[in-house]
Design a binder for this molecule. Sequence first.
Ligand SMILES: [Zn+2]
Length: 62
Amino acid sequence: MKMKGSGTRFDPVCDMNVTERDVTYKSDYKGRTYYFCSFECMKRFQDNPEKYISIHGREAKV
Ligand SMILES: [Zn+2]
């Protein structure tokens, strides 16, 4: 399985994998780009980015 590199991205809101080239919805936050399957997910992330980032424990504790 190829999990890293370009191509597949992770939607932190709904736990879905999204394909980078298909992604319409993305958001930059703290120097990283996050990808979303839908406008809804993007909005939810932008409302409270810390919540979704911390769920997965990546650079969570600020
Ligand atoms: Zn989503």
